[in-house]
Design a protein around this ligand. Sequence first.
Ligand code: NAX
Length: 444
Amino acid sequence: MLLHRVSRGLSRVSQNISRVHIGALLVTEKKFYAQQAYASKADYPEAEKAQDWFVDEEEQEIQKLLRKIYSENENEGITPELRELVNKVNSVKDLARVSKLAVKISSELSVQGYPTGYMFKKPLVRVAVTGAAGNIGYSLLPRIASGEMLGYDQPIALHLIEVPQAEKALEGVKMELQDCAFPLLREIITTSDLKTGFKDVDYVILVGGKPRTKGMERKDLLLENAKIFAEQGKALNEYAKKTCLALVVGNPANTNALILSAHAPKIPKENISALMRLDHDRAIAQLAKKLKARVGDIKNVFVLGNHSSTQVPDATHAQLKTGVKVSIPEDWMKNEFIPTVQQRGAAIINARGASSAFSAADATIKHMRDWVLGSDEIVSMAVPSDGSYGVAPGVYCGYPVRCKGNGKYEIVKDFQLSDYVKQKLGESVKELLSEKNAVKSLLK
Ligand code: NAX
């Protein structure tokens, strides 16, 4: 906690110094440089003497100005208050003292929830991540803390949740986050207690879970994870904000989302989703390779069904944003595109000896960013089925969606699926229903 406060303070010092510094340069440029040159001499009794004005009364005055600058018009550029403050900065030593005061006041104000600067205008949000000491967590956390997920003006508190055995490793992760001195990262909580972990959280990313071990049947894996997600659902229901958005990454992600939702009745089921974005991005990457196009130029590709090897990546409706028409050979889609995307996770495990980690973290960031901030693109998310595309209701299914921001999205319903895609989707939904059946004891 102490380290964190120090790193937070340090990042503010540089911000504050540069503000005062810029102001000083603009308003009293010549004077400032002259004094800087003077003060840089080894012995500068004159500069010491010049500091005498900086007595308590003066300090009070500066504090008042700082409060005004921070709480009312931080983004306004060189305001009259800042101008006045700068005029009071008469020596390099005083500049340091003003900066110290600025740090003190800005942290005081932020504790009370006041806006305290360009990067600290929005109210703090709490982001919980389970499995935070795992592989995906390691790639995910710095990107959340940097602002990439929720915006570069969004202060964040991180709630890092792990099993008790991994708490020591989690401390190491926390230390690294502190060492990055991310300006937006205001608080880090590490815990294995779900009450502490989910208390008042706005966003939840559920990565943690039991991996499949040797000799373990898929049914057992489902049940082991369902127990974890049932417990986490109950805790979410009780302690998280009712408006929270929860993304399930841990496998089997779609069925885990279903279990989570069943145990968190106070949270709308549309506020829970499962990650299909990695499959989506894999599909785009494969198509871009085939078309020799840029990934950013491709649109209207999506992945339907379960996040498993039965998933159905569909490139039939792909378009290039440049307007150039795309024609996708059906045999390529059936025999190369779909199997490659379906088996991509396994191919990575074979090659790397470990499952995808930074690509999964990347997809998680994009999923959350679009969900929260909105996007015009069609993306793939596993959301509660509403019967669209003939999918049985009551499962979390991968769909093409358009995110409107603030957790709102719509399932894009106007694609005409080919008979082949319909058949494959039917198989994937059958798998979702059989997973649901395997955990039915926990759905009551
Ligand atoms: P790791 O084994 O590296 O990390 C998982 C972490 O979760 C571990 O640190 C473990 O201690 C923790 N954990 C276990 N049970 C927990 C619990 N009850 N509460 C809190 N933490 C708990 O796995 P990693 O590579 O990070 O993968 C995590 C999950 O993501 C796996 O289930 C994996 O199958 C899944 N994936 C999902 C993807 C998707 O697109 N939906 C793609 C990547 C990944 O395969």
